[in-house]
Ligand binder design. Structure first.
Ligand SMILES: N[C@@H](CCC(=O)N[C@@H](CS)C(=O)NCC(=O)O)C(=O)O
Length: 108
């Protein structure tokens, strides 16, 4: 499986994916740490990919997503953005709504 197929497979398998440096438990970059924290605070169930442990994905994802930096958040296979956008979505309440949508829960 080539690297783009591996990226697609991860996105197909997990509705919310954070490509980050390090892990949510041991983030290796402040931006990645902040994005993971915002997702946790939004009660989002997410899959994290440590790009430092996968140099192939680290090199390919910026081209795949047309987004130059990490972290990168994808929901339902679509790029949402990096740390700044994730924090903005958290602050507005939108991230909670998106996580509930993915979980199929009502939030009327
Ligand atoms: N403003 C960006 C900050 C992210 C950023 O600048 N990340 C850097 C440092 S971790 C990066 O990914 N550089 C390219 C690389 O290391 O491959 C965001 O909102 O995510």
């Amino acid at each position: 499986m080539d690297v783009n197929e591996r990226i697609k497979a991860v996105l197909a398998e997990h509705p919310i994916v954070l490509f980050m440096k390090g892990t949510p438990e041991f983030p290796m970059c402040g931006f990645s740490s902040r994005a993971a924290q915002a997702l946790k605070e939004a009660n989002a169930t997410f899959h994290a990919v440590n790009v430092l442990a996968d140099p192939e994905i680290r090199a390919a994802l910026p081209h795949y997503a047309n987004w130059p930096t990490f972290p990168q958040l994808f929901i339902q296979g679509e790029l949402i953005g990096g740390c700044d956008i994730v924090e903005d979505l958290k602050a507005s309440g939108e991230l909670v709504r998106m996580a509930l949508d993915v979980a199929g829960e009502s939030h009327a």
